[in-house]
Design a protein around this ligand. Structure first.
Ligand code: SAH
Length: 420
């Protein structure tokens, strides 16, 4: 199958951006078989740009797998007159296998998985979709097993090959699937969940930086756990000693447990989900911090607003705000910005003088600079003087393709907050 782009739409592709939107496509030739989605992409002048996979149901029509290394060479410039002079370009099951292997090898060397007693870590992300040049594929390691998530129709065509590669490279005790994201619907795919191979233990416990968590692969959020916050949780632990901590949007308690283990005086974890609270309480027990970490089922906005203002003696002096994604699409950025402003304003007002705020956004459509601007607006409205202590992102098991800024979804700031 061949895709011809409209004039001027080739530059991002040449520079390695993996998405081609419907508005950039001028012509599609030879699309017949929905299970053969591989396509070669050409510029308006017929210059070969690379190979990807196609989906006519998605607004992201093509996801690129490889950029043509011959691009811009003399041979390729001549392509209009002599296209057959180019070496063939394709992406095979063998290429898929070696790309999965390369992702996993990178994890073996990036220091995330450790055997040390103090910061023992047996679980992390192994394949990070576009960030590992495998758009639509996520694989997370949970102890000795793996959980995979296929998000696109192109990757779906390689389901069997993916399972084979994971069995071969990782030799896991189980392969579980959690392909139940909203993106599948946009791709025209049904949800697909369940055990693919091996045995999934009834209760699965993982260890991250020496902290134990129960991971619920069947019903938990994402693939069951938020690995992207691992290093930020470890950082939080360093700030926690003696503080009164509030962890808003706590989920299963990643930040809460670390605060308690870091010596916090009190920790209240706020989440609107009952199940999250049950999991958090179990994690507190697993780590022997039930007497410090307390769960409060509540809307985080309402919870923060009812607290007395920080300058009037509020007891919270370390606050975490890690809300769910407020923008799923660039068209939702304005609404999301209002949400981030509102929650941060309420948080900044509630913090005691000299308090610390860990604040995050996991919306890919909100870029790091915009996020900082939103927090600045909230600080100005709250009449707080704010110092940025750390600028945070996801860990190295969530690599980002430098050409794909949408992949940089997690951003965070650690702020010291006081009154003017
Ligand atoms: N900080 C967590 C991940 C947070 S995920 C970690 O490190 O693992 C976002 C959480 O926000 C989910 O658990 C969801 O139940 C919760 N949530 C969504 N809307 C909420 C609201 N308005 N108030 C409180 N919690 C909310």
């Amino acid at each position: 199958m061949n895709i011809r782009l409209k004039p001027g739409k080739d530059k991002p592709v040449r520079n390695g951006h993996p998405w081609i939107f419907s508005g950039a496509v001028a012509k599609v030739e030879g699309y017949v078989d929905p299970c053969d989605r591989l396509c070669t992409v050409y510029s308006v002048d017929g210059e070969r740009l690379g190979v990807g996979y196609y989906n006519d149901k998605s607004t992201i029509r093509v996801r690129m797998l490889s950029v043509d290394t011959v691009v811009n060479t003399a041979v390729n410039k001549n392509v209009n007159t002599n296209r057959s002079a180019l070496p063939p370009l394709t992406f095979t099951v063998k290429d898929l296998h070696s790309r999965i292997r390369q992702s996993i090898d990178t994890r073996k060397r990036n220091g995330v998985l450790t055997a040390n007693a103090v910061d023992y870590t047996d679980s992390c992300r192994l394949v990070n979709s576009e960030g590992d040049f495998l758009p639509g594929l996520i694989v997370d390691k949970y102890g000795s097993g793996v959980c995979m998530q296929i998000g696109t129709a192109g990757m779906e065509c390689w389901r069997g090959a993916i399972v084979e590669a994971l069995s071969d490279i990782v030799n896991p005790t189980f392969i579980y699937e959690r392909s139940d994201t909203a993106s599948r619907e946009r791709e025209g795919l049904p949800s697909s969940e369940g055990l693919i191979a091996g045995t999934l233990p009834e209760t699965l416990a993982i260890t991250e930086n020496g902290v134990k968590y129960k991971a619920d692969l069947r019903a938990g959020q994402k693939t069951g756990f938020f690995f992207d916050q691992r290093e930020n949780r470890a950082l939080l632990r360093r700030y926690a000693a003696g503080r009164n901590v509030c962890d808003c949007f706590s989920y299963s308690g990643g930040f809460t447990i670390n605060a308690a283990l870091g010596g916090a005086a009190t920790v209240v974890a706020v989440d609107s989900s009952e199940e999250a609270g049950a999991c958090l309480s179990e994690n507190a027990r697993l780590n022997d911090v039930s007497d410090i970490a307390k769960f409060q089922k509540s809307d985080a906005f309402a919870f923060l607003r009812q607290l007395p203002p920080g300058c009037d003696g509020s007891s919270i002096d370390l606050l975490i705000l890690d809300p769910p994604k407020f923008a799923n699409h660039p068209s939702e950025v304005d609404r999301a910005a209002r949400g981030y402003k509102e929650i941060n304003l309420a948080g900044l007002r509630a913090l005691a003088p000299g308090g610390i705020l860990f604040t995050f956004s996991c919306s890919g459509a909100v870029d790091p600079y915009l996020f900082r601007q939103i927090i600045f607006g909230a600080a100005a409205d709250a009449r707080r003087a704010v110092q940025i202590l750390h600028v945070l992102t996801a860990g190295p098991d969530h690599p980002i393709n430098i050409a794909h800024r949408e992949g940089e979804y997690l951003k965070g700031l650690v702020l010291r907050v006081q009154s003017f």
